[in-house]
Design a protein around this ligand. Structure first.
Ligand code: SAH
Length: 233
């Protein structure tokens, strides 16, 4: 089995590379990919760089060039929902692009013809994540993630995204990774640990909590990998 673990920034995959210790490094299409054998499976790990375009390129490369059969994303996000605090884990049930706007033609926000406002993450992997949370005695929440090419540090924008998409958190890569995986029929799972509240203190909070929150997310995703391999999901 070949499983991708993807992040957007170096800090998001560093804990995973540290845990693996040994891996093969390959440069491809302007990015670095790390491959390791792990418990009989092959893990392909990469950070894409920030945003929808880079994450689309990396997800596509992981699938088309490295032949991964499942993709797990680990990273941080800004909270919209009041119930999400810094360090909390959110599993995406479905994802949308909050900055996709051809509403001038009467379409809803996040929609283009032949696309969809929401893309659903793999249900089997979400079910598995609930079992793991129980085993770890860890509280995880499920919710909608809205993605866009903006670092949101503004209550008004955050509230608009929350109201328009019913989103619980926002970030800059999940929605595009979802489009790619959906197109290639590769089951995917997107996990985010909260780093900030997407408000006027967001950039400060992000800088303070990035590393710790990224570690929380990475630790959970590695437990997901273990379970996928053990249970042959
Ligand atoms: N500090 C970085 C930029 C980080 S951009 C630098 O200077 O290079 C924010 C990253 O974290 C993105 O990958 C995004 O997915 C996630 N993220 C966390 N909080 C966010 C927020 N409030 N708005 C948008 N993305 C956020």
């Amino acid at each position: 089995m070949r499983i991708a673990i993807m992040g957007a920034m170096p800090e998001e995959i560093a804990p995973i590379l540290k845990q693996l210790g040994e891996y093969k490094t390959t440069s491809y299409a302007g990015n670095t990919y790390y491959e390791a054998t792990y418990k009989g499976a092959v893990l392909v790990i990469a950070y894409s760089k920030i945003g929808k375009v880079f994450s689309t390129l990396t997800a596509t490369t992981l699938i088309e060039h490295f032949g991964v059969q499942k993709l797990l994303f680990s990273g941080v996000a800004g909270a919209i929902s009041e119930s999400l605090k810094v360090g909390d884990l959110l599993v995406a049930t479905k994802l949308s692009q909050h900055d996709l706007d051809i509403t001038a033609f009467g379409h809803p926000y996040g929609y283009v013809p032949e696309g969809a406002v929401y893309i659903e993450a793999d249900k089997e992997l979400i079910t598995l994540s609930k079992q793991i949370a129980l085993q770890m005695d860890k509280n995880i929440q499920e919710g909608i993630i809205a993605t866009g090419d903006q670092f949101v540090a503004n209550e008004e924008r955050k509230n608009w995204i929350g109201a328009t998409f019913g989103a619980d958190a926002l970030e800059m890569e999940g929605g595009s990774v979802a489009v790619v995986c959906d197109a290639f029929k590769v089951p995917f799972f997107i996990l985010r640990a909260i780093s900030d509240a997407a408000d006027m203190d967001a950039s400060f909070s992000f800088d303070v909590f990035l590393e710790a929150s990224a570690k929380e997310s990475a630790a959970f995703v590695m437990n997901m990998v273990d379970a996928i391999i053990e249970k042959n999901v």
